[in-house]
Design a protein around this ligand. Structure first.
Ligand code: F6P
Length: 356
């Protein structure tokens, strides 16, 4: 038995831990593993794959990124614009199928987010023996309580806030940190809570800039030496829209709201503001211990699903257990922050302002 694995979409800390889990579990079953380079693109060419062994994957669990490479573009990109979905053309799928068949593979593990798992689902419907592993720092997939990579991204946000706090308080400034997450505010919410932010702006809770400014003014007039404001890249004012970077023919890219919020706070309050866009620092670097463990467990479960011929299923994490769900339960339905949830209430209880 030989199986294949690919990473697709944006990279994320913990991808190498998944590979580690897959190779280890497959090895114990006496199976071989083939890794495809650059996501599904690796299926389109006879020289874009290589054998993964215990030896050439030794020590990768601590590495960020992915040793396989990945892409969120190319022939298999399922998502366009503001989340519309496109099917992969038949001639591309059949070219990929030829590589898969020529290699004599008995299963394919697709490690990806919403877009890549949409492609995986198309392949399942066309009879491929595919299982999915959820991957995203945004934590926005349904049917899994969390994904690996999220914890590492939150750790980066907390570290950044710790640093912004010391410089911000020294200068008595309002420090605005823009973080990733697309349409979901999970990174901003957890990062802001862990980093002791004063204000957190989320896509799920439209804000009023006047209320944000009023909170800044109140606290700083009261003697607080600096303020930390975390803004999710997808945050939007009540009645307003998200700030997007122009991008033709691919999924929309968000960004720029942090600067806008900082300029408005400065204008209304007269307090000096500075903006920091954390960007890809949230995606890069070594995974946290938690993400290494979760990634490894996800990889092991993916191999078990293939062993049990549970094709069309995705590894999932619920109630501290790794299990699985049908892939279609996870895609096209975003897992968003519930404004009425306990964590939002806890944040409000410690005085964090959401601008509403
Ligand atoms: O989905 C993960 C993510 O990091 C988002 O949080 C962010 O909006 C996007 O990917 C950035 O994508 P890219 O690496 O293509 O700029």
């Amino acid at each position: 038995m030989k199986i294949g694995i690919l990473n697709s979409g944006g990279d994320c800390p913990g991808l190498n831990a998944v590979i580690h889990g897959v190779v280890g579990a497959a090895d114990r079953l006496g199976w071989g593993v083939v890794g495809f380079r650059d996501g599904f693109e690796g299926l389109l060419s006879p020289d874009m794959h290589f054998e993964l062994t215990r030896y050439n994957t030794n020590g990768i669990v601590k590495l960020g990124g992915t040793i396989l490479g990945t892409t969120n573009k190319g022939h298999f990109a399922a998502k366009v614009g503001a989340g519309d979905v496109m099917a992969v053309p038949a001639e591309i799928v059949s070219k990929a199928k030829k590589t898969f068949t020529d290699l004599g593979l008995g299963g394919l593990i697709v490690v990806g987010g919403d877009g890549s798992l949409t492609t995986a689902m198309q392949l399942v419907r066309e009879g491929w023996p595919v299982v999915g592993v959820p991957k995203t720092i945004d934590n926005d997939l349904q049917a899994t309580a969390t994904t690996f990579g999220f914890h590492s991204a939150v750790a980066s946000v907390v570290g950044a806030l710790d640093n912004l706090h010391t410089t911000g308080t020294s200068h008595k400034r309002v420090m605005v940190l823009e973080v990733m997450g697309r349409q979901a505010g999970w990174i901003a919410l957890h990062g802001g809570l862990g980093g002791d932010a004063d204000v957190i702006l989320l896509p799920e809770i439209p804000y009023s800039i006047e209320k944000v400014a009023a909170r800044v003014k109140e606290r700083m007039d009261d003697g607080q030496p600096g303020m930390l404001v975390v803004v999710a890249e997808g945050a939007k004012p009540a009645g307003g829209g998200q700030v997007k970077k122009a991008q033709a023919g691919a999924e929309d890219r968000l960004g720029g709201i942090g600067q806008q919020v900082a300029e408005q706070i400065e204008k209304i309050t007269g307090r000096e503001c500075r903006t920091c866009v954390l960007g890809h620092l949230q995606r890069g670097g070594s995974p946290t211990a938690l993400d290494r463990i979760l990634g490894t467990r996800f990889g092991v479960m993916a191999v078990q699903l293939i062993r049990d011929r549970q094709f069309g299923r995705m590894v999932s994490y619920q109630s501290y257990q790794v299990g699985s769900v049908p892939i279609e339960h996870a895609v096209h339905r975003l897992h968003l922050v519930d404004p009425q949830s306990e964590i939002v209430h806890a944040a409000r209880a410690v005085g964090i302002c959401f601008g509403d």
